[in-house]
Ligand binder design. Structure first.
Ligand SMILES: [Zn+2]
Length: 54
């Protein structure tokens, strides 16, 4: 099952949505910003999503 979370890019400050696998309440992965294409580490903990610069 998937859910969506809005994250704020640590590089450009834009907010965009990512798909989350809600069967994993804790996860960490690297994605590229949809706006500026720079990479960031996304951490999910108890459903809270946080993005930080790589
Ligand atoms: Zn960005």
């Amino acid at each position: 099952m998937q859910s969506f979370a809005a994250i704020e890019c640590p590089h450009c400050g834009e907010t965009f949505e990512i798909a989350l696998d809600s069967s994993e309440p804790d996860a960490e992965f690297v994605i590229d910003c949809e706006i500026c294409c720079r990479p960031m580490t996304v951490t999910v903990h108890d459903g809270e999503v946080h993005a930080s610069a790589v």
